[in-house]
Ligand binder design. Structure first.
Ligand SMILES: [Zn+2]
Length: 249
């Protein structure tokens, strides 16, 4: 944290503290730091103009129990965390199917591969296993999501939407409409879900390009794109709790 000493918090767009990802609100003349837990479980940090990253981090760490309570009340992705071990036979999901982990001998290639029905990680890489898996989901998932998004985006009348895969804390996705290119973000952990649920997340975020809040207008856009959305929404609320967010033993 020493390298962030003295750096203004408003130099950042988002602040990541452990597993919490906070969007930094534009500077205002407020005197105190505040965390807002939005209705969709996104987190916003409001801070005085002069706040530093260091001070904001300390504030978030102190407020963490309160944030978790708020998130739990919103039925966000906050069941007991799913913890994985990088040992032979551990299961990792991709697109709704579970694949066992095989540790490969050190002379074989490094990195993560999904081959012949198994995730393969080099035995010499297990210490970095979680990071490598996250990287794999992000890279392979980005390509898959790009293709998957296209028909939905076309249906919305926005053929040029870009999807970016990243760690979004306790949110499945996010979207920020703009006058220029349209972007939506999707959590890497989403790639563990079955495609039908990923479709719902894509549709949900696409609808946010038209309507930022969960208004009746928002849900009518979702329903127009995906008439069966309600069932997916319900399934996601329960399935979501079994998704691995990167915790390891
Ligand atoms: Zn939403």
């Amino acid at each position: 944290m020493t390298d962030s000493a003295g750096v203004p918090i408003h130099d950042l767009e988002t602040l990541v503290v452990g597993d919490l990802v906070l969007e930094i609100a534009p500077p205002s003349n407020r005197k105190t730091i505040e965390i807002i837990v939005e209705r969709d479980a996104s987190l916003v940090l409001k801070a005085p103009r002069a706040s530093t990253i260091e001070r904001a981090e300390k504030f978030v760490i102190a407020k963490r129990p309160w944030v978790y309570r708020k998130l739990a009340a919103k039925d966000a992705l906050t069941g007991p965390p799913i913890v994985k071990q990088f040992v032979e036979g551990e299961g990792f999901a991709y697109l709704g199917r579970s694949y066992r982990l095989t540790l490969t001998p050190s002379e074989e290639p490094t990195g993560v591969r999904l081959e012949r029905g198994r995730f393969r990680v080099n035995a010499s890489d297990v210490a970095d296993g979680a990071e490598l898996m996250r990287g794999w989901y992000t890279e392979v998932g980005s390509q898959w999501l790009r293709r998957r998004l296209r028909p939905w985006a076309r249906r919305l009348g926005e053929p040029e939407v870009t999807v970016e895969v990243r760690d979004l804390g306790y949110r499945w996705g996010s979207a920020r409409p703009s006058d220029g290119s349209q972007y939506i973000n999707v959590h890497w952990a989403t790639l563990q879900l079955p495609p039908s649920l990923i479709d719902y997340i894509l549709v949900h975020e696409l609808a946010h390009l038209r309507e930022a809040n969960h208004t009746p207008e928002f849900w009518s856009i979702v329903a127009r794109l995906m008439p069966s959305y309600q069932a997916h929404k319900t399934t996601l609320a329960t399935t979501g709790k079994s998704i691995w967010l990167g915790s390891v033993v």
